[in-house]
Design a protein around this ligand. Structure first.
Ligand SMILES: Nc1ncnc2c1ncn2[C@@H]1O[C@H](COP(=O)(O)OP(=O)(O)O)[C@@H](O)[C@H]1O
Ligand SMILES: [Mg+2]
Length: 263
């Protein structure tokens, strides 16, 4: 049993566990996003608290329009919260200049989008090389990394092809190579199988699982419950709110505590 200490100004248990664990890669506190258009305010996100730690595989689920992509854009420094705080690798991102944000994005974030977003007139290898080129890395250093990333996704044999010469599944594998080539802290995937048939979708999901097993941290948006089930933890968004932000383990213990007889 814990010794009885004065309870008045003692920090909450949540703070103690933060000190104990590794620094979260992502930490959001009370994040809100409001889009203002003519006469219309859209509350896309409200009061989001979220932590993602190294090695996590988090799925973000919820119906269309509930704020999943908005959340991912904020996590990926493509957009800013209206209110609330965001720490990336322990650093608050609010004070970063435009240039510092671009730098942090390039170093820490790997993106995989539904629509692949490869550049059509660059070869497969050049597409994968791009994040390293932006970083100012020398060509001699870039080449082996590009090769290794393409090997990892099984696409080295198409290095000189243009994206338009590949199937959707192959294009998404190239996009995965581009996302991992710079060894980012976290991979953000927005419905990565949304434009793929089920066979290619399954191949891309297998690839993401392999990356996770090799140590990558993933946050993946999906509206497909079959794929959400592959993550360690699923968070559910509904109308911009997190309706369940706790692990399955915590959920079951919470349920247990409700089941306990109260008399
Ligand atoms: N740039 C924007 N301007 C205005 N409203 C937006 C913008 N982006 C998203 N929204 C609105 O915010 C809400 C959440 O959108 P989104 O994050 O794309 O949802 P999801 O990815 O879950 O389908 C929706 O109501 C959408 O119409
Ligand atoms: Mg979306």
């Amino acid at each position: 049993m814990r010794a009885m200490a004065p309870t008045t100004t003692f920090p909450a248990a949540a703070d103690a566990s933060e000190i104990a664990g590794p620094v979260p890669i992502i930490r959001l506190q009370q994040v809100t996003k409001i889009f203002y258009a003519e006469d219309v305010e859209t509350h896309a996100l409200a009061d989001i608290d979220l932590e993602i730690r190294p090695g996590d595989y988090v799925a973000v689920a919820g119906p269309s329009g509930c704020g999943k992509s908005t959340l991912l854009s904020i996590l990926g420094l493509l957009d800013t919260p209206t209110e609330g705080r965001y720490w990336l690798n322990g650093q608050p991102v609010e004070g970063l200049s435009f240039k510092e944000r671009a730098h942090a994005r390039n170093r820490s974030i790997g993106f995989i989008f539904q629509s692949f977003n490869l550049i059509g007139d660059l070869s497969v290898a050049e597409n994968v090389e791009l994040p390293l080129t932006y970083r100012g890395m020398r060509p001699a250093e870039r080449r082996p990394r590009v090769q290794a990333a393409l090997d990892r996704v099984g696409m080295s044999h198409r290095a000189k092809h243009l994206p338009g010469q590949l199937s959707g599944g192959q294009q998404q594998r190239v996009a995965v190579a581009r996302a991992v080539v710079g060894e980012p802290s976290i991979l953000l995937c927005d419905e990565p199988t949304g434009n793929l048939d089920s066979k290619n979708g399954a191949l891309v999901m297998d690839l993401l699982r392999e990356l996770h097993e090799a140590g990558s941290t993933l946050c993946m948006v999906t509206h497909d419950p079959r794929y959400a089930g592959r993550a360690q933890r699923t968070i559910h968004l509904f109308d911009g709110r997190l309706v369940e932000g706790i692990s399955d383990q915590e959920t079951s213990s919470t349920v247990e505590s409700y089941r306990r007889p109260t008399s």
